[in-house]
Unconditional design. Sequence first.
Length: 308
Amino acid sequence: MSLSLDTSRRVHVRAPGKINLFFEVGPVGDDGYHDVASVYQAVSLFEDVWASHADTTSLSVSGDVDVTGVPLDESNLALRAARLVTDAVGWEGGIRLEIHKGVPVAGGMGGGSADAAAALVAVNELVDGGLSASDLHALGAQLGADVPFALLGGTAVGTGRGDELAPALGRGSFSWVLVADGGGLSTPEVYGTLDRLRAEIDIAPDRALPSVDPAVLRALRSGDAAALGAAIRNDLQLAAIHLRPDLATLLDEAVSAGALGGLVSGSGPTTAFLATDDGHARRIAEHLAAAGHQVHAVTGPVAGARVV
């Protein structure tokens, strides 16, 4: 692709973080991986990415959250996403990415994946790459299971490794309180701990092929927060609590404060608590903040990566 640089052009894309409001994990396969059945919901904590032309490709990161430890080299998913787009369209110029993070880092909310999704959209727009939504999803899948969902947004069922997505029908909006206390958990360690606990206490998964509880999908379709609160579940929660016993205390504390239900989101350590409405969420958030927790009152579902 021939270079036609407009150095004043700067494309801004916003992408959401996510929670897993249902997560069922199948048995470990011969390859060491697990099939899963998940329900993802995009929530109103966002990553903002700006892309502009530059002599070389580079990255800077700031945030409303602690960004210590966010890589600035080729291991950063957003930088890899930018290179996937430029390689796909034959663009030979440099790209400057500026990221402002609003999703807690290493909390299991897919902030890095949201950065990658935003970078895919922003760079495609910046260089007039002409890649379709389907093209971008295919590139995103090369970077991890959460990147296609950050592009899609809304609420979706994920199967296989979590990257085979189908939108979930839903009505209205749900109010959540998220607690993103420190002490990130390693996803491989959480899965390994689940496998070990299953073997030790004989709690094999119910099904060889995981599937989403129909009660979750019914609650989403009807917009019934109380029914959803009763149905949310995460198989990884057992392992996460084994590694971080304080999470069990937090779950009990939030339910005692009036949450309709709560769970560890994904591999944690972020926990998500469902409220009846925004006012109820604020009251739960105030209670947990007073106890010293880092809290965010959010709503979902929200749209996926979009040009602002």
